[in-house]
Structures are given as C-alpha cells and as structure tokens.
Design a protein around this ligand. Structure first.
Ligand SMILES: [Zn+2]
Length: 339
C-alpha cells in the first residue's frame, strides 16, 4: 500500500514544472543525491505506466489512504548535511487532492484533475448495496472506504437499505441535473440545492449522495432515516464528512443536505467532525497553522498526524511519511504521520 503511495506522490511532484526544478536541484548535489534523483525519475516513469493502478485497489479505511511514504528526507539529508532537502509543489497540485474546496466561489479545475482515477461503483463494490444507476463512478481512492462505511451502517441498522443515489458528475451531467430540477421544481429550488456546473463537489469524484432503497426497489427518504443519523456520526471513521449541515448553510452556501458526503481522508474527517468544522472552516483553521513546528494535530486509526498549511511552493521536506493536497485556493496542506 505504501509502495504505491510513494510512487503516486513522486509522480505527482515529478510530473510538474516545479518538480522538474526540484529534481534538477537534487541532481546537482551529486553523490547519493544523484542516485536518489535517478530513482525519483525512474519511479516517476513506473507510476506513469499503470503498474501503480493495481496497487491502488485498496487505499484502505485503515489510514484513510492518507499518507505517502516518501522515504526521501533521510536520503536527501545524508546527501548534504548543510542544505536541507526541499520539495516543490506546482500550481497544479494546489488544485488537486482530497481537501480541495469546490463551491460557488471555487470552481473545479477539470484540466488540473485530468488524471482523476474513477471506477464504476457497481463493478467495483465489495459489498452489495444498491446503486441507482449502472454508470455511477467514484474516485478509486474513496471506493473501499465507501464500501466499508455502508456495510457497517447496514450492520448497525440491521437492514440493507443504504444506497447510492448520486456520485461523480461531469460538467455536462451537472448541467443536465440543473436543467432537470429547474424544470421540475423551479429556479428557487435549483439555486438552493443544485450547484452551478463546474462548481459541484460531485465533479471531484470524492462526493456522493446516499439514499434509502427498499427491497422492492422503491425509494425511502434518507434524511428522515436512522441511517442518516448513523452516517452523520460515523462517516469520519471512513474518511468521509457530512458536507452540508443545517448549522453551516451560511458558510457553505448550500442548504442542509443529510445525504451528501465528501471524502477528505481519515485524519481530516476526524478533526472536522470532532470540532464541528465544515470544510471551509477547517481550511481556515489550517491557514492559522503555517509552521511545521506548530501544526494542527489530529489522529486516525491509532495514528497521530500533524497538518500544516503553506502558500509557499517550495518547502523543507517534512520528515517521514507525508502527503500534500491543494485547497483549490492557491495553497497546500501537508499532512505528516507523526507516529
Ligand atoms: Zn450531492
């Protein structure tokens, strides 16, 4: 699992102009550094050929698929003790990742996310819950967490009624949803409940709507179900958050939606749920933690994590395992496994 994530991370950074610069800087240092740069180049190539794909199958509810094992800091520092290792993030990285904010003010960048890996839910699910449409897709990284979340919810409820009523949406699909609901319910309703095409979280592949589907195929009302209560309380354990709560409508700009969940990864979902912060508030909170030595601290599945925000494209590389996500507002959130 970590093996893949390292490849993925290297590929992310390697595949950008900024990363190119970083790699060149690394090569200049020679010696072990030169070897490391070569490894970095090589793994970048491997990651691009699809060998990594198989290994992503289970990013795991275990750690929320959160961390990359870079293993680079130790090697890099040995290469030159006077100059700390650095890592450079590209502008593209600021628009991708588990923590990107997609809202009316923060349009989703389809181009930056062109390599988003989607899987067909029905073809991939490891637990047999109803999926409203055969073509529904979700980001591969969130898939096993979704399976585990629905399975555990059903088990807790003693029934198997939880279904998926919406998942990834292309810009065109979101436009069709907008048009359909406008025709059915009028302009006021769509403005309140449907995101403008390009501004829907569903574009990320990390968001989905849950439903209730009875055995005869008829639909129930998720927001009035016990399942909704269970999900709101437990989704964080699988890296998901209930995204649009009643008490956050002034911040999110979206009405209360008991059915809409967003994958952000376990350490982040845990903090957001414990502190009753929606994604907008969490990102704001993180912007107050710009120093790796004064991070926001959270935990998930028995591990401690340190999280900090930076608007700098080049930072000193964190020690140990870490990942980076953009905020879709020009910044970077770095998550470091602390133990
Ligand atoms: Zn939704």
């Amino acid at each position: 699992m970590h093996g893949f994530q390292r490849l993925h991370m290297v590929n992310e950074i390697q595949g950008t102009d900024g990363a190119g610069k970083a790699a060149r800087r690394l090569r200049k240092r020679g010696g072990r550094f030169g070897c490391f740069a070569a490894v970095l180049m090589l793994t970048g190539i491997l990651a691009g050929c699809g060998s990594a794909e198989k290994l992503t199958a289970d990013p795991g509810a275990e750690n929320g698929g959160a961390l990359a094992e870079t293993g680079t800091a130790a090697e890099a520092e040995q290469g030159n003790e006077t100059e700390p290792a650095v890592v450079t993030f590209s502008d593209r990285i600021s628009r991708t990742g588990d923590l990107i904010l997609v809202s009316a003010d923060h349009e989703y960048d389809f181009e930056a996310n062109a390599d988003l890996e989607l899987v067909n839910i029905k073809e991939t699910q490891t637990y047999d819950y109803p999926v409203d449409k055969d073509e529904f897709m979700l980001a591969r990284k969130a898939m096993s967490s979704l399976d585990a979340m629905i399975r555990d919810c059903d088990e807790a409820m003693g029934s198997s009624l939880t279904s998926v009523s919406s998942a990834w949406r292309s810009k065109e699909y979101q436009q069709s949803v907008w048009d359909e609901y406008e025709e059915l319910y009028g302009e006021e309703y769509v403005t309140k409940y449907v995101a403008v095409p390009g501004c829907s979280e569903h574009h990320t592949g990390l968001a989905l709507d849950l439903g209730i589907t009875y055995e005869d195929g008829s639909a129930g009302t998720f927001s009035e179900s016990e399942n909704a209560v269970w999900m709101a309380q437990n989704a964080y354990r699988y890296g998901f958050v209930r995204r649009y709560a009643e008490d956050k409508t002034a911040i999110t700009g979206i009405s209360n939606e008991a059915w809409h969940f967003r994958y952000v990864g376990q350490p982040h979902a845990t903090y957001m749920t414990q502190h009753n912060e929606c994604l907008e508030e969490y990102l704001e909170d993180l912007r107050g933690h710009t120093s790796p030595s004064e991070p926001l601290e959270t935990e998930a599945a028995g591990h401690a994590y340190k999280v900090f925000y930076t608007s700098e494209e080049t930072i000193e590389e964190p020690d140990g395992e870490w990942t980076v996500s953009g905020d879709n507002a020009g910044g970077f959130i770095v998550t470091v496994l602390a133990d």
